[in-house]
Design a protein around this ligand. Structure first.
Ligand code: ITT
Length: 193
């Protein structure tokens, strides 16, 4: 079975990636405790590469990294690559974002979740890079308990529910992470042969 180190410390990402890739014949392992990449990139793809490179350096295994975030139209794409550090806690990040949009009316609250994935082989060479995007609107108040991060304020396009009101398997069909990971899965189905 192909063994790949998942270059992330975010347990929610690990859970979602494991659920989406169930039955694929890939064993994902976690990076060692000293995995602490410095995300100095200017794009999601650059940061995913930095994380994958660090996990590969520490394990000599093929490495898959996810760098993701929420890009809000009315904020010119912010928080974007700064999504994890926009404020100190998940709740304060949501409050800060809702406050930043308090004068922005319905119809002008468009946003997208972005997920860039980079896969390195065991020698540290990039063998896949791609992204998934999921479009929606920022709601006026948090709703729902599922998911993580900005899910409670992200109303999915063509739906009335927030991402946090979707069931786990529903989010995992339409999310930015699922869309990016499906591209990785397509790549691996050819690569493993
Ligand atoms: P790693 O770097 O260890 O992977 P991280 O959480 O710091 O973990 P990122 O740098 O990619 O990861 O930041 C992503 C942030 O974007 C994440 O912390 C959330 O705030 C937000 N985010 C990403 N995907 C999300 C999702 O599916 N639902 C809600 N928020 C999400």
């Amino acid at each position: 079975m192909l063994k790949i180190v998942l270059a992330t410390s975010n347990p929610h990402k690990i859970e979602e990636i494991n659920a989406i890739t169930e039955g694929l014949g890939v064993e994902f392992v976690l990076p060692p405790k000293d995995f602490d990449p410095i995300e100095t990139g200017q794009t999601f793809e650059e940061n995913a590469f930095i994380k994958a490179q660090e996990a590969n350096r520490l394990t000599n295994l093929p490495a898959l990294a996810d760098d993701s975030g929420l890009c809000v139209d009315a904020l010119h794409g912010e928080p974007g690559i700064h999504s994890a550090r926009y404020a100190d806690s998940p709740q304060s990040r949501i409050i800060k974002l809702l406050d930043a949009l308090k004068d922005v009316q319905l119809g002008k609250r468009g946003a997208k979740f972005v997920c860039a994935m980079v896969l390195l082989d065991k020698d540290g060479e990039v063998i896949f890079s791609g992204r998934g995007e999921c479009f929606g609107q920022i709601g006026f108040e948090p709703k729902g308990e599922n998911g993580f991060g900005y899910d409670p304020i992200f109303v999915v396009n063509n739906d009335t529910k927030t991402m946090a009101e979707l069931l786990e398997n529903e989010k995992n069909k339409i999310s930015h992470r699922a869309l990016a990971l499906n591209k990785v899965i397509d790549f691996l189905s050819v690569y493993k042969k």
